[in-house]
Write a protein that binds this ligand. Structure first.
Ligand SMILES: NC(=O)CC(=O)C(=O)O
Length: 305
């Protein structure tokens, strides 16, 4: 039986109070991450979507940093360097939420997540693939596409000590294909820095987290900024960790805080053994999906199979 998660790991999601002061956000994030590592011995730590700026289309150009060519200089991206130093100092895998990115060559803006390893090395970059364009009359209208461009890849990262994780951003969670492909490629954990709001959060935040977990029988972590009712955009909060059986291992309310949960490979195996959808898939009935994500191409035998 293949081990998706090589050894237990503590996952910490930092539900940060994000302000309009970027320097403060960076030092505050550092304090909270170091606290989570010291108090809980967390090995993987996640920050929220747009953790270094307010969330809103009018803020993205102002707060954007240049990440390419990589590595950027300190003045091009203070956040890149702050996250890299922090991952190294704490000796952790750090999923740096997301930040507004400006790409000079294309003159485009992206909503981008950077992941660093314990030596401070950049492991992955994910640009939000599905932009948050919604219009619910009388409730909320938001159009990221007014200023942002979408990314164009699924982001799967190998953490040598633990195994494979996948990273996507907020609205990406509504597109199950990303999660399914990542899980079929052997991810044990799907991470979504995200900022749902008071309308969609109440309806869909927990539902999405638990749906992604139960459909794919993997751990799921959703990490939000804390709620600020004085901000233009009121984040839902409720950062949570869900286990492969869709059970909530830990959840915050709307205030700043940290949720920590221990992830264990045996739990994935137990759940997949009990309800073996992993070996019961009917790719003969849905060939369009199977052709892109055959496990054999990845050298990953199905767990429990
Ligand atoms: N903010 C987002 O990207 C997504 C969101 O709030 C939602 O899907 O709801």
């Amino acid at each position: 039986m293949a081990k998706l998660l090589k050894k237990p790991v503590k996952l910490a999601l930092i539900q940060l109070a994000c302000t309009a002061d970027k320097a403060h956000n960076l030092s505050h994030a550092r304090n909270k991450v170091l606290e989570a590592v010291k108090q809980h011995n967390a090995g993987i730590v996640v920050l929220p979507e747009c953790f270094n700026s307010p969330y809103g289309t009018k803020y993205f150009p102002k707060y954007a940093e240049t990440l390419l060519p990589s590595p950027p200089t300190e003045s091009q991206s203070p956040t890149f360097h702050a996250l890299s130093r922090l991952a190294k100092e704490a000796k952790i895998y750090l999923v740096g939420g997301s930040i507004p990115e400006y790409e000079e060559s294309s003159k485009k803006l992206f909503n981008t997540s950077l992941t660093f390893g314990p030596s401070g090395e950049l492991l992955a970059t994910h640009r939000k693939v599905h932009l948050f364009d919604i219009d619910i009359p009388g409730k909320i209208t938001f159009r990221e596409s007014e200023v942002l461009s979408p990314g164009n890849k699924i982001t799967i990262v190998d953490l040598p000590e633990y195994g494979r994780i996948a990273i996507a951003i907020c609205y990406d969670i509504r597109f199950p294909e990303l999660a399914t492909i990542a899980a079929r490629k052997g991810a044990f954990l799907l991470l979504y820095p995200g900022a749902f709001n008071l309308t969609t959060g109440a309806l869909h935040w927990e539902l999405q987290a638990r749906a992604k977990a139960v459909d794919n029988q993997v751990y799921v972590g959703l990490c939000s900024p804390s709620r600020d009712m004085d901000a233009d955009y009121n984040a839902w909060g409720h950062s949570m960790v869900v286990d492969p059986n869709a059970e909530i291992l830990g959840e915050l309310d709307e205030k700043e805080g940290t949720v920590v949960a221990e992830l264990k490979g045996e739990r994935i195996e137990e759940v997949r053994k009990g309800i073996p959808i992993y070996t019961q898939r009917r790719f003969d009935v849905y060939p369009d999906i199977s052709k892109d994500v055959k496990l054999e191409e990845e050298g990953q035998p199905p767990v429990g199979g």
